[in-house]
Design a protein around this ligand. Structure first.
Ligand SMILES: [Ca+2]
Ligand SMILES: [Ca+2]
Ligand SMILES: [Ca+2]
Length: 279
C-alpha cells in the first residue's frame, strides 16, 4: 500500500484560506499536525475526527445531482489497496474496541480473533457488501477492494447472504441473530442496517462508470442479478434514518481515511445527504 497522502497539502492550504478570511477554525483543526501513517494512528479517538467541512468544501451548499457529482470528485481522490492487502486493512478498520486481538463480524456481531481469517466455515472472510457480481467487478483493485464496503463476516453467513439484494423480511439466519433472509433478499441485524445502507450509497457515488468499472447505482428492486444495481433503495433510506452512524462506524471511516485510502464515506459524516441525493 502506498503511504502517499494526496490531500495533505490541499487541506493545509484550505485551512490557511479559512484562517486568512477570519473564519473561526476549531482548535482541533489547528492541532491537526501531520499524522504519521503508522499503525498506532488507527486508534485516534473519534473526538478528533475533524476537517469534514474542509474535506467537503466543494460540496457544501449543493444538493441533489450536483451534490452527488461534487462528492464523486472529492472521494475519487484516493489510494487503492490490493485484494491481499484487504486482510490486514480489515484487521485495523474493524478491530474490536474491547479486544485489539479481535475483529467484529458484520452480520453476526461476533468478536473473533484477527488470526482466524480464511475460507473455513467458522472463520471470517472479506464480505463485499456491494455484492461483487452486481456490476461484475470481481476482486481486481478498484470497487472489489474498496475498504468502505468490505467487512469481516463469518464465512457461512457470508455465503448465505451471497449476492442477494437488501430488503426487510425472511427467515432467521442461523448463528447470526437478528439477520433474516429469503430467496431474493437479505436483512441485516438492526445494529448494522444503517452501516449497510451508507456503504451501498458510498459505492453509488464513488463508482460512476468513468474509471473502467460499471456505474453502480441503487434501485428499488430485489432481483438485480448481475446488473450494476443493488436494492432496495427505499429500504436503505429507511435504514439510514433508523440506524445513525455510531462510534464504531465513524472510527472505521477515520481509519480508512488516515491510514489506507485517504478518502471518506460522506454519508457517515453527513447522513442527511442521502435524502438530498435520493429524494
Ligand atoms: Ca425478499
Ligand atoms: Ca450501526
Ligand atoms: Ca454510480
Amino acid at each position: 500500500m502506498s503511504t502517499h497522502r494526496p490531500r495533505r497539502s490541499r487541506r493545509i492550504s484550505l485551512l490557511a484560506v479559512v484562517a486568512a478570511a477570519g473564519i473561526a477554525v476549531p482548535s482541533v483543526a489547528a492541532a491537526d499536525t501531520p499524522v504519521a501513517p503508522v499503525a498506532s494512528d488507527h486508534h485516534r479517538p473519534t473526538a478528533v475526527r475533524v476537517l469534514d467541512d474542509t474535506y467537503y468544501q466543494d460540496a457544501l451548499g449543493k444538493s441533489g445531482q450536483e451534490l452527488k457529482a461534487a462528492l464523486h470528485t472529492i472521494i475519487s481522490e484516493q489510494t487503492k489497496v490490493s485484494y491481499s492487502e484487504v486482510w490486514d486493512a480489515l484487521k485495523a478498520t474493524d478491530e474490536d474496541p474491547d479486544n485489539p486481538s479481535n475483529v467484529i463480524l458484520l452480520y453476526s456481531g461476533r468478536s473473533q480473533s484477527k488470526d482466524e481469517n480464511g475460507g473455513n466455515a467458522d472463520q471470517w472472510n472479506r464480505e463485499h457488501v456491494w455484492a461483487k457480481s452486481h456490476g461484475d467487478f470481481g476482486t481486481a483493485t478498484g470497487p472489489g477492494t474498496d475498504l468502505h464496503h468490505l467487512r469481516p463476516a463469518n464465512v457461512t453467513v457470508n455465503s448465505i447472504r451471497g449476492n442477494k439484494d437488501f430488503d426487510n423480511g425472511g427467515e432467521d439466519v442461523p448463528d447470526a441473530a437478528g439477520n433474516r433472509t429469503d430467496d431474493d433478499s437479505f436483512e441485516p441485524r438492526d445494529q448494522v442496517k444503517g452501516d449497510v445502507a451508507r456503504m451501498i450509497l458510498y459505492m453509488a457515488v464513488r463508482y460512476e462508470g468513468d474509471d473502467g468499472f460499471a456505474d453502480l447505482e441503487p434501485n428499488d428492486k430485489v432481483d438485480n442479478g448481475s446488473a450494476p444495481n443493488i436494492g432496495r433503495l427505499s429500504v436503505l433510506k429507511q435504514w439510514n434514518d433508523e440506524d445513525p452512524p455510531d462510534d464504531f462506524e465513524k472510527n472505521r471511516n477515520q481509519v480508512i481515511y488516515d491510514s489506507f485510502q485517504h478518502n471518506r464515506n460522506p454519508f457517515i459524516d453527513h447522513p442527511e445527504w442521502v435524502d438530498s441525493i435520493w429524494e
